[in-house]
Design a protein around this ligand. Structure first.
Ligand code: GLU
Length: 405
């Protein structure tokens, strides 16, 4: 099979950078090499017991057949109730859809709406898959660089400057993967003013890290801050990060009917309804005890404090304090132009990530994959002992690079 047979959009899209590093880690581990992985964005906790029990009961209780494409009525009721309770959105079960992971929500929404020539505004740093999904749908990602001067966040001025008559969507993600940056109510209000003046722009609000929010901050989502935007906002979330359920693959969303219907139509010709067993598990997650959320948030906040302190003490690295998620986006500019302990020139953040993997046994993802260089993304979703070990290895690597070993 040669490349000429490939779909033209797929041929030019990049593979998922996060999965690429995860695959590299798996290959090294299979070869017997010890790697501490700070590359995968998933909680290290087990799925809570009551959720696992619900899934086993689902299997034994016969929930093993197709469900409706948009999800079971019970789960959609629970999703609607979550949006009402936690986000103040006026949502009924008919205003929801359940998909096989957050990624499918995004894919469905973009594939259902984009045509050649359409533009999608993607503030950078962005999650690796946003621009690639846009590209796979035949449209053009318009990447808006958002540096440290704006807290790695999109501002109203930058948004206004990026909008053209071809703009179809804006993708917002707070707390952010890969930076952990959180949009305040005032910041969302400022963006909302620009969006109100541009009624042709839809908004995808990716709230998957909603519950991983530190320093007693309150979470806000765009459609809540500006209800006039609810009619053209797809507010998406999922159980992966909140309930440590990444492998169960359940994402969900609420948005305008016309869009949900289009997404359902697409999904009905593709994967159909999400796994019936996972839907029962997600139902238990959304309707059962919620104490897991605050416990995991506390653990992540303690880890964040430790990681940020330690990283800022390392020669050649610096990072801002993220307000949420479980990522630190670390500037590695001072390491560039120098050589690794094994003598490799560190010309880019990708070189830094590769040298950290091969020489220090620590896997991270290069910032350039998220649209901003030179940085590395560190996911601190790992137990304390492993994080301590990783920090020691990174410190040793950086010291050798900066001062020679
Ligand atoms: N969202 C996670 C990450 O950024 C999982 C991997 C992926 O889908 O990219 O690491």
């Amino acid at each position: 099979m040669t490349k000429q047979y490939l779909n033209k959009h797929l041929a030019t899209a990049k593979p998922s950078a996060t999965y690429k590093v995860m695959d590299r880690v798996a290959a090294l581990r299979a070869a017997g090499i010890n790697i501490i992985s700070l590359c995968a964005g998933e909680p290290d906790f087990d799925t809570p017991e009551h959720i696992r029990t619900a899934a086993i009961a689902a299997i034994n209780g016969g929930h093993t057949r197709y469900t409706q494409v948009a999800g079971t009525r019970a789960l959609r009721e629970a999703v609607a109730s979550k949006f009402r309770r936690e986000n103040g959105l006026d949502v009924q079960w008919q205003d929801t859809i359940v998909c096989s992971g957050g990624k499918q929500v995004i894919f469905n929404a973009l594939a259902a709406t984009l045509n050649e020539g359409d533009e999608v505004i993607v503030p950078a740093p962005y999650w690796v898959s946003y621009p690639e999904i846009v590209q796979l749908c035949g449209a053009r990602p318009v990447v808006v660089p958002c540096g440290e001067d704006s807290g790695l966040k999109l501002t109203a001025e930058k948004l206004a400057a990026a909008i053209t008559p071809q703009t179809r969507w804006l993708i917002l993600n707070s707390p952010s993967n890969p930076t952990g940056a959180v949009y305040s109510r005032a910041e969302l209000q400022a963006l909302a003013q620009v969006l109100l003046a541009n009624p042709h722009v839809l908004v995808l609000s990716d709230d998957i890290y909603e519950h991983l929010l530190f320093d007693d901050q309150t979470f806000f989502t765009l459609a809540q801050v500006e209800p006039q935007l609810q009619a053209r906002t797809l507010t998406m979330n999922g159980v992966s990060k909140a309930y440590a359920m990444t492998g169960w693959r359940i994402g969900y969303a609420t948005g305008p009917h016309w869009l949900l219907e289009a997404m359902e139509k697409l999904q009905g010709q593709q994967t159909s309804g999400a796994s019936a067993i996972s839907q029962q598990a997600a139902l238990a997650a959304l309707t059962g005890p919620q104490d897991f959320i605050s416990r995991s948030r506390e653990v992540f906040e303690t880890r964040r404090d430790r990681m940020v302190r330690q990283l800022n003490e390392m020669p050649g690295l610096s990072c801002a304090q993220p307000g949420g998620a479980f990522y630190v986006f670390v500037c590695c500019e001072e390491l560039l132009g120098k050589t690794s302990p094994a003598g490799k020139l560190l010309a880019s953040d990708e070189d830094v990530a590769l040298a950290l993997l091969n020489e220090a046994g620590v896997a991270v993802v290069q910032g350039s994959a998220f649209g901003l260089a030179p940085y590395i993304r560190i996911a601190y979703a790992l137990d304390d002992a492993s994080l301590l070990q990783a920090c020691a290895a990174i410190r040793e690597f950086c010291t050798a690079v900066m001062h020679g070993s």
